[in-house]
Design a protein around this ligand. Sequence first.
Ligand SMILES: Cc1ncc(COP(=O)(O)O)c(C=O)c1O
Length: 462
Amino acid sequence: MRHLREGLEAAVDVIVQYRESLPDAVVGSLATRGEVVDALPTSLPDGPAALDVVLKELVAVAEPGLVASAGPRYFGFVVGGSTDAALMADVVAVGWDQMAFNEVSSPAALAFEDVAGSWLKQILGIPASASTGFVTGAQAANTVGLAAARWQVLQDHGWDVGKDGLHGAPKVTVIVGAERHATIDRSLRFLGLGEHVIEVVPAREDGAMDAEALDGVMRASRSGPLIVCAQAGNVNTGAFDDLRRIAELSKSHGAWLHVDGAFGLWAGASSHTRHLVDGIELADSWGCDGHKWLNVPYDSGYVFCARPEVHAIAMGYTAEYLTGQELDRQFGGGDFVPESSRRARGFATWAALRSLGRTGVEHLVDRCCGLARRFAAGLDAIDGVEVVNDVVLNQVLVRIGDSETTDRVAEVVQTGGVAWIGTTTWHGERLIRISVSNWSTTEADVDMAIQAISDALVSVRT
Ligand SMILES: Cc1ncc(COP(=O)(O)O)c(C=O)c1O
């Protein structure tokens, strides 16, 4: 026991020192994957090692290969940094090591998922009666939402996909926007529907689905099981589909509406951005992330379903030995996710929400959006740099001359260590892609990143 205390205290020191170093850290990694492997002993050790030896080796070898993505100047992908409260609760949750399958395996884990789920729905504008599954991220959330959709639309056409599978089933059509996230196609592959069930609705210039074109696509689709997958927050531009109009059209065609709101659903937390998710409550299922904008440690995502019984039928299971799986049970935990044994994800989300409160989450969203606008204004003021998108949320797209120059500037910034920015191809052009999603980012951090981009441009030009 003494050894455990010493080991954990040493581990806490590592965590605290690392977190405290983040504001001044080199943002990109210092070692490649191969270099990290080379620094590890290659042969499997024969015998045991003491905790201090394990920790020392782990930290010494891993740290050069870490990316300071939890820090304030990491603007790649869409990455949050985990708030202190969420981090603390997750560390405790690992120590408790709960099996969060059902309320017999861990009453506390299920209860915290119940309460955190209800808080999430309040903040995001999702009906209180919806079910919540705590999953690994938006990929999993969208897959589960679409699994529930698949079950219901086939049921509506007299087919039980749970029992009979997809062989011989009525063909399901899934209508998506042209600028959907790539994980939606992957979800459809996982679900055995395949990419060929997709009917694409053209996107507007900003990447949002053209809601009026949706009507035409729906009319042209054969009558049959129909799922519409809309998007709240395009990963490049931050643009939002017109959810109210899409919900009306989906309803009138008897389609199930799923909304992928990996980060954009958080717009509902602020009075300044709530209009972007107008109509959100009308959907049938929703996918969202905790590890992006709520700044909960990886991995954390949420799937909500307007019909909890459909959610549970699509995902749940039982077995004779599984105490606590009585038919009249209150659904939760393993009923709403793809895993059976699973970690207790509700504690960290609860802690993030408990520490921030409703106004704290609103402030987090507002701050990031304000900083994204600061980024845009600062970059636009640099000669030869152009912001391409309307910065409606936390995403900024930037053109620096031609595609080659843009890529070269991004590379210089990435290797420079001051900040990390991403790249993308948008409308055939290479662009810099910036996402402001970290709770700890300050105006000074944004200004440093702008300066780094400006300096990189000078060095690329010379
Ligand atoms: C709109 C959207 N959907 C889905 C995903 C996938 O999320 P995750 O990587 O958390 O599974 C992302 C990731 O950026 C996203 O932006």
